[in-house]
Design a protein around this ligand. Structure first.
Ligand SMILES: [Zn+2]
Length: 199
C-alpha cells in the first residue's frame, strides 16, 4: 500500500525512464501499522466531511481497559459508549501476517460501525451489521483519496476477511461465514457509491 504522493513521485521517476531500477520488492514495501491507521482514519474522516469522527487509540494490549470494558485478546472494537475505536496489538500482528492492507480493512470495519451508528445506516443487527461493516470497509479503501491499494493489497484484504469469518451461525458473535465476509468486502471494494452497502 502506498501514500498517493509516493505514487505521483514514482510516476514521474518512471516517466524519466528508470523503471528497471525500481525493483518489485520496493514496490511492495509495507507501510508501518501506525501510518496505516492514521492514513485510513484521516481518509475516512474526509469521506464523511469530518462529521461524527470517532476517537481512535494507538494499538493497545489485550486486556487493556476501554469505555466498553477490557479488550478481548486479538480483538478490535468500536465502543459506542465513548465513541472510540480500539485495536489490540495482537490484532495488528494477525493482520500483518497478511499485510498492511489487512490492517486498513480492520480500521475501515471499525470506523464503519461508528458511521452505521452516527448515520443510522444500519437496518439490522448481528451478522448483517458485521457484513455491512465489511462492505463499508471495502468502500472506504476504494474511496480514500490518500491511499493506493494495489492488487496484492486486495488479495491481502480478501484472505484476511476469509480468515476472520466463522461458521457459528447461531452465535451472538457471528460475523458472517468466511465466504460471506470476502463477498461483502469485495462488493465494497468495487462500489462507486456508499449505497451499494445499504442493506
Ligand atoms: Zn464488527
Amino acid at each position: 500500500m502506498k501514500n498517493n504522493i509516493f505514487r505521483a513521485i514514482l510516476a514521474v521517476i518512471t516517466a524519466i525512464s528508470l523503471p528497471l531500477l525500481i525493483s518489485d520488492k520496493s514496490m511492495a514495501k509495507e507501510m508501518p501499522p501506525n501510518l496505516v491507521i492514521k492514513s485510513m482514519y484521516a481518509g475516512v474522516a474526509k469521506i464523511y466531511g469530518y462529521n461524527a469522527v470517532p476517537r481512535i487509540y494507538k494499538p493497545i494490549r489485550s486486556g487493556s481497559n476501554t469505555g466498553c470494558g477490557a479488550m478481548a485478546p486479538g480483538n478490535a472494537i468500536y465502543c459506542q459508549i465513548d465513541h472510540s475505536i480500539y485495536i489490540t496489538t495482537d490484532m495488528v500482528r494477525m493482520a500483518y501476517q497478511y499485510g498492511d492492507a489487512a490492517l486498513a480493512y480492520v480500521v475501515g470495519h471499525e470506523y464503519a460501525h461508528a458511521m452505521q451508528n452516527a448515520y443510522q445506516f444500519n437496518s439490522n443487527n448481528g451478522s448483517i451489521s458485521e457484513l455491512q461493516a465489511d462492505c463499508l470497509a471495502g468502500f472506504y479503501m476504494a474511496a480514500v483519496p490518500n491511499l493506493v491499494f494495489d492488487n496484492q493489497d486486495i488479495q491481502e484484504i480478501r484472505a484476511f476477511a476469509y480468515s476472520l469469518g466463522d461458521n457459528n451461525v447461531w452465535s451472538q458473535d457471528h460475523h458472517g461465514t468466511p465466504l460471506q465476509r470476502v463477498q461483502a468486502v469485495t462488493i465494497g471494494l468495487g462500489a462507486t457509491n456508499i449505497l451499494a452497502c445499504k442493506i
